[in-house]
Design a protein around this ligand. Structure first.
Ligand code: SF4
Length: 308
């Protein structure tokens, strides 16, 4: 059996301690950008599950400079931890959807903070043109750059349902381009999209096993107030797993997952005040404890059933 510290999966915490020699804390930042799926370029209502905060409900205040957001983020984290090092995480909306000169300004501001060890950027694969890739390559020589791509699913019918707005080939090109410049790629997936069977979700994992990616986020679909998904759920209620069902399915996904892929997230932690369902995800610590216990009882670990 393979272990990553005390965990049966390749956790981000383990990865950071082994690669950087310490725990790093995320500073969720808001660069004040929007998204082509919201500003009318591709669509004006966004992805069906996306909240008004652009999936960055915990990110900083865009009216503050990046320096100020870093300072207030550090202050908050230090109230609860003895943090010394951080990841500057541009989370809200599409964080490469701006002029390259603006991106250079905000990203440079973030990495110029000595305690920031990594620059992490959440974006869409269709918002990474050559100029932006050149900028990321340059920044990656100063401090490691991670790019987080919201793929969610490989299935075209689900991609259409969630209004993702790009095809799988666009994602593949983005991964190739980012890896060519040495940037680490983290892929965001959503489990239990309406209409997706377990087999379909496992097909997404199998596909990602074949890609040159370094990290994954597994997120259970959250239904948040104010989203089109919430309206859809009200008129056409769809299956939402219980905690036990979710944990059992996570077991299947993780045993199938390539062991070197770092798991950045195993459950969602959306804003409680917006969360309609599943309400149990609000107890993140409990979910993780139960999951670790289940893995132990069932003798599961990441990659147990991974086949080349
Ligand atoms: S791409 Fe991201 S920010 Fe844009 S609508 Fe979709 S989830 Fe929201």
């Amino acid at each position: 059996m393979k272990r990553w510290g005390e965990k049966r999966y390749h956790s981000l915490d383990y990865h950071l301690k082994h690669t950087y020699g310490e725990k790093l804390y995320k500073l969720a930042l808001n660069g004040g950008m929007t998204c082509p799926n919201r500003d009318g370029t591709l669509g004006d209502r966004g992805c069906i599950f996306c909240s008004a905060g652009g999936s960055g409900d915990f990110a900083g205040n865009p009216r503050e400079s990046i320096r100020q957001q870093i300072a207030s983020g550090k202050e908050q984290i230090k109230k609860k931890t003895d943090a010394v090092s951080y990841i500057a995480y541009f989370q809200a909306y599409t964080n490469t959807y701006a002029e390259v000169s603006y991106l250079e300004k905000i990203f440079t501001e973030a990495i110029s903070c000595p305690e920031v060890k990594i620059l992490s950027i959440a974006t869409r694969p269709d918002c990474l043109n050559d100029e932006i890739l050149t900028l990321l390559a340059r920044l990656n020589r100063i401090k490691p750059v991670w790019v987080e791509l919201g793929l969610q699913t490989i299935h075209e019918q689900s991609a259409r349902f969630i209004r993702r707005g790009y095809s799988l080939s666009v994602f593949e090109e983005a991964v190739r381009n980012l890896r060519q410049i040495g940037v680490e790629v983290i892929v965001h997936t959503i489990l239990y999209l309406p209409g997706e069977t377990e087999l379909m979700m496992q097909e997404t994992i199998s596909y990602l096993n074949t890609m040159d990616i370094q990290g994954i986020k597994l997120q259970l679909l959250h239904i948040l107030h104010g989203t089109d998904l919430a309206d859809y759920y009200e008129t056409s209620p769809f299956f939402v797993p219980t905690m036990e069902e979710y944990i059992a399915f996570l077991g299947k996904c993780i045993t199938q997952l390539r062991p070197d892929i770092v798991i950045h997230r195993l459950t969602g932690d959306g804003p409680k005040e917006l969360l309609i369902a599943p309400r149990w995800t609000g107890h993140k610590r409990l979910v993780l404890n139960k999951m670790n216990q289940y893995f132990k009882e069932q003798d599961l670990w990441q990659g147990k059933n991974y086949k080349l």
